[in-house]
Unconditional design. Sequence first.
Length: 109
Amino acid sequence: MPLYEIETECHILITWAESEEAARDVVQASYPREKLLRLAKRPRNTWVISKAALGLGLGERTDPCNVARECLARAAGDKIHAIRLYMQETGVDLERAKKVIESNMVMGW
């Protein structure tokens, strides 16, 4: 059974589902008022991250996830280097940069 990464307006869910439709049903059942932003297949266990708990506010001009993934790619998966790059790119403090980078790391980096 494939694993799906599902991003809504306020959450990122990772869950096993029989199909993309079943993954969408998980979001609808858990967060019926949230708009689904992204759905992608992923290869690991189930977990959920609240964007608010990570300090990723809605309405920011840049998508912190895209910036974090770009920093991870440029750092060849080196978490410490990616955190430094993220701090330079965004001007955020160490704690916030660490949260954003760690929340965007996928197994295999």
